[in-house]
Design a protein around this ligand. Structure first.
Ligand code: AMP
Ligand code: MG
Length: 340
């Protein structure tokens, strides 16, 4: 039986009101579909027109970054082997390539042919388990170090293709947050398909409360208190299928094997100042598995994380432990990651 589900991570906000031009900031909200997901933005502003520009802003970004939209910079690169990048596409591609290197290839934007072979790129859910020979052949085309982006032009060796899907929504969150700040908004909560980005605090100065989904069910793991930060989760539960033998396969690939990453983690939530960085890391740490993810955190320490392991542990960095309110009767053993 083939099944897949859409992520359910969302921001918690209790008051929803109408809004219009006002002398004091009022809560305004908008919801739109972009980048294959529902995006919702709630912002306190005196000018509700600010929000009406967001669908076009994210839509323009999608038109540059989409792997399936004919004419996008990424589509052209994949089909022609070279392409002029827009400013956003060049910036995101360069940063993504740097992060592929920093994560030792756990993040690899050239894994796209493998992702497609498993059927995770199609909207109709035509999933399949490729055989070992097919995966071995496809892995010949996976190598982020061979992707070049220089002076606004990107180049790909024959047979290779890239996809920025592991980082695009985080980057879109950064862009929307920057746009809102430019327009004078100091308090907003963005939910870009489960990728949360916060601008400032709530108007009363309190942190935003962001719910984190339990990867093993529809309940919440708990709530994180954050301000001016992104909260981004990668999880097997976000998109998966079950084959005829009952084996579950998810959408996050281990670029070394060509198989969905099975390294002991079932979800990774990364909290940090930049959505792009958090998005790249949530995918990469999921691939790395618990030991390497903790080692990566110990050497970097410029983000926080919450890991859920398949053997029932919930591991948190110490700064996050202070900001996390777990749900009652959680079936996980909570452990704070040793700072040393
Ligand atoms: P995310 O939800 O941010 O973890 O991104 C997952 C998406 O990125 C998948 O649906 C694939 O399209 C793509 N992807 C899967 N595995 C990788 C990987 N190891 N490196 C880069 N992109 C990946
Ligand atoms: Mg990601």
């Amino acid at each position: 039986m083939l099944r897949w589900r859409i992520p359910l991570l969302f921001g918690l906000l209790l008051i929803l009101s109408g809004c219009g031009a006002a002398s004091r900031p009022e809560l305004c909200s908008t919801e739109f579909f972009a980048m294959d997901t529902v995006m919702s933005v709630r912002a306190y502003t005196t000018d509700d027109a600010v929000l009406s520009e967001l669908p076009a802003l994210v839509g323009a970004l999608e038109n540059e970054l989409s792997v399936t939209k004919e004419g996008s910079a990424v589509y052209t690169l994949n089909h022609n082997g070279h392409a002029a990048m827009t400013d956003d596409a060049a910036l995101l591609l360069s940063r993504a390539l740097a992060l592929c290197g920093e994560t030792g290839g756990a993040l690899d934007i050239s894994v796209y042919p493998v992702v497609r072979a498993w059927g995770f790129t199609s909207a109709d859910g035509s999933y399949r388990v490729p055989d070992a020979d097919e995966l071995a052949a496809l892995l010949q085309t996976v190598d982020h170090t061979r992707v070049v982006c220089e002076d606004g032009t990107a180049y790909l060796p024959e047979g290779m293709e890239i996809d920025l899907g592991a980082v695009a929504k985080g980057y879109a969150g950064d862009k929307v947050a920057a746009y809102l700040r430019e327009r004078g908004v100091t308090s907003a909560l963005l939910d870009l398909g489960g990728n949360i980005q916060t601008v400032g605090t709530k108007p009363d100065g309190a942190d935003w409360r962001v719910a984190v989904q339990d990867p093993n069910g529809d309940r919440l793991l708990g709530v994180l208190a954050v301000s001016d930060q992104a909260v981004i989760t990668s999880g097997g539960y976000e998109r998966y299928f079950t084959d005829e033998e009952g084996t579950l396969w998810w959408h996050i690939m281990d670029p070394r094997s060509g198989y969905p990453a099975q390294n002991g983690l079932i979800s990774v939530t990364v909290v940090g100042d930049e959505g792009l960085y958090c998005d790249a890391l949530s995918t990469a740490l999921f691939v790395m598995g618990t030991g390497d993810a903790v080692a990566f955190w110990r050497t970097h320490r410029d983000f926080d994380m919450l890991l859920v392991t398949e053997d029932g542990k919930l591991l948190l960095t110490s700064a996050l432990a202070e900001r996390f309110s777990p749900s009652e009767e959680l079936p996980y053993a909570l452990e704070v990651i040793d700072d040393a």
